[in-house]
Design a protein around this ligand. Structure first.
Ligand code: ZN
Length: 332
């Protein structure tokens, strides 16, 4: 073919030459087929600037293939499939965003980073990373990705929600107990079985049971954390728990009931609680709370809970410390 030779500085007859060339990648010799021009007149060899083949890129691909490492498009495709931005994914990996960007565009990743990315690509691991992260993803995006991962790993919606929102330490805000979702749920079933309990009331019953047990035994029943909301103390993230419990079809039904002129949520239990998971002291407190408030309307129990010192002294939307349990009005 004819083309411009930079040596002769004119059009001349060029030959396209393909030749194996050795590249050294991390001490490993890799032979790559490279393409260049040879001027038929002066014999000068020079690279084909129009060639789309970058020999280093080819050498890196070969190196990654030999070592079983991820290729750039694997990393990018995975991140995009999960709906994560480079910033979000790099935060989960603990790798700088610029570094991740280079990897996705052909730079050769370190072996340590390759392992980290591969581990993060395992659905269960990614679920753990996302669950334990704080402030990387918004709540709804976090829950959406967790739900997808849960489906793929056949983890129930309930378990997935627990991974995200119930995975906190046993401290003064949880009544010195790790969150025990099974007990939390069986307590709800215990209160709702063959009853119609307004959501507002149900939240207060749980509060009195946990704080009441802490008052007597210095440990809560369910490990739930309670927040000060306008309607009184309520289990932190209670909407998620209730949604998860109902979605997983655990014997609790939610119905809408009109209270005067606005709709309220009523919880109805179809199956009796498994009481075998509770200790005798827990059962006693649960039974006392149920009996004590049996005839209380949602409004009345709500009013009483507003007068609790722990509620009054906690800032709005903050968690209530179990140390306030000693001041609880409930007699046990
Ligand atoms: Zn030439």
């Amino acid at each position: 073919m004819n083309g411009f030779c930079p040596n002769c500085e004119k059009e001349s007859l060029l030959l396209i030459v393909q030749q194996a060339e050795d590249f050294t990648v991390r001490g490993e010799s890799i032979s790559v087929e490279v393409e260049f021009y040879r001027c038929q007149e002066c014999g000068e060899e020079f690279e084909n600037l129009k060639s789309t083949i970058d020999p280093y890129e080819v050498a890196y691909r070969e190196y990654r293939a030999r070592k079983g490492m991820l290729q750039p498009e694997d990393i990018r495709a995975f991140r995009i499939k999960r709906g994560l931005t480079q910033k979000e994914f790099s935060d989960f990996l603990g790798i700088g965003i610029a570094t991740l960007n280079r990897y996705e565009n052909g730079a050769l990743q370190s072996e340590a980073h390759d392992r980290v990315i591969k581990l993060a690509m395992e659905p269960r691991n990614l679920m753990g990373l996302i669950s334990n992260s704080q402030g990387v993803l918004g709540d709804s995006k976090k829950q959406r990705i967790i739900s997808q991962l849960a489906e793929e790993t056949e983890t129930s919606w309930l378990e997935a929600t627990k991974d995200v929102f119930g995975n906190y330490d046993a401290d003064l805000y949880s009544g010195y107990k790790k969150f025990d979702l099974a007990k939390f749920f069986e307590a709800i079933k215990f209160f709702c079985f063959q009853e119609r309990i307004y959501k507002t009331k149900l939240m207060k019953l749980l509060f009195y049971a946990d704080f009441g047990h802490f008052k007597e035994y210095s440990v809560s029943i369910t490990g739930a954390r309670y927040a000060r909301l306008p309607y009184g103390p309520v289990p932190d993230q209670f909407e998620r728990w209730l949604a998860a419990l109902i979605l997983d079809d655990n014997g609790i039904r939610r119905e809408e009931e009109w209270m005067q002129d606005y709709p309220g949520e009523v919880y109805v239990g179809n199956t009796s609680a498994d009481l075998s998971i509770f200790t005798p002291s827990e059962l006693r407190v649960l039974a006392t709370v149920k009996e004590e408030f049996q005839d209380f309307s949602a409004k009345r129990i709500s009013d009483i809970s507003h007068n609790e010192i722990g509620y009054q002294e906690t800032e709005p939307a903050r968690l209530i410390r179990y140390s306030y349990a000693s001041e609880l009005s409930l007699k046990l």
